[in-house]
Design a protein around this ligand. Structure first.
Ligand code: 0L1
Ligand code: MG
Length: 255
């Protein structure tokens, strides 16, 4: 039987010390339930060190990524304030194993959001929406993992940066998104790539967190999922994600 506390210590230490580790599945594949239990226990270790839960991230929000992993649902991870990067800040590459960045949208909730919920009800719980980016940094060697590995490793979530919050009267179903590195376009996409409509990601987030006994709370952030492929980060990068009608968000990468 999987030793949940020990596996949580391994992934948490790897994240904290920016160490690449061998896939947990190399010893024994984790069940879906056990992998989420490891994730939960690793986040509890962060909370015990003083970090505060601030929301969730949604992963595998494109059909292509689900098919690639052989699953038919999204995965999710937990966000803490320790993962938050201020818009315009410089991160240190040394704090990560092999980070990649993906352009996203973020929701800020003004009401608790349980399950079941309709898309209309979910939107009514949203205070604001913002351009955002997620830094994913699988702690596994060579960024290789199976489904249990990646869930245990908090769905690769490592950092997130959020731009100016905007009122939700903008139609977010098909907004152009441009992620630039040092002023050059690196990824171009649309918010429609997030499950066809990012609100679906919010609804799925409400379902998955309620099923885990941690329903979404007022004040929490929901990272909706990547709109394009992720890009590797290097020292000297200035990365900006501009979202049509919502504005832009940026950060730099230092040593
Ligand atoms: O946020 C995501 O969709 C990525 C989930 C984890 C898989 C990966 O690290 O690529
Ligand atoms: Mg993401």
């Amino acid at each position: 039987m999987a030793d949940i506390a020990e596996l949580a210590r391994i992934v948490d230490d790897a994240a904290r010390k920016a160490n690449a580790i061998t896939q947990l599945s190399a010893k024994e594949a984790l069940s879906f339930e056990d992998s989420y239990a490891v994730q939960s226990a690793s986040i509890q270790r962060r909370v015990a060190r003083g970090e505060k839960r601030v929301g969730i991230k949604m992963g595998f929000t494109s059909r292509a990524k689900m098919v690639q992993m052989g699953i038919d649902d999204m995965i999710w991870g937990r966000l803490t304030d320790g993962m938050m990067i201020e818009d315009g800040d410089t991160i240190s590459l040394a704090d990560y194993v092999h980070p990649r960045v993906e352009p996203e949208l973020a929701f800020l909730l003004k009401k608790d959001l349980g399950w079941p919920v309709t898309a209309v009800e979910a939107m009514a719980a949203v205070e604001a929406v913002a351009p955002a980016m997620e830094i994913i940094d699988s702690r596994y060697k060579a960024f290789k993992f199976d489904l249990g590995d990646v869930v245990a490793d908090n769905a690769s979530s490592s950092g997130f940066v959020i731009g100016p919050w905007q009122s939700i009267d903008v139609d977010i179903s098909n907004l152009g998104m441009l992620m630039e590195f040092n002023g050059r376009a690196r990824q171009i996409g649309s918010s429609a790539a997030i499950l066809g409509q990012p609100i679906r990601s919010l609804v799925a987030g409400a379902r998955l967190s309620a099923q885990a006994g941690e329903p979404l709370q007022a004040g929490w952030i929901v990272m909706a999922g990547g709109a394009t492929a992720a890009e590797a980060l290097s020292v000297g990068d200035y990365v900006r994600n501009s979202v049509q009608r919502l504005g832009s968000v940026a950060f730099s990468v230092g040593k």
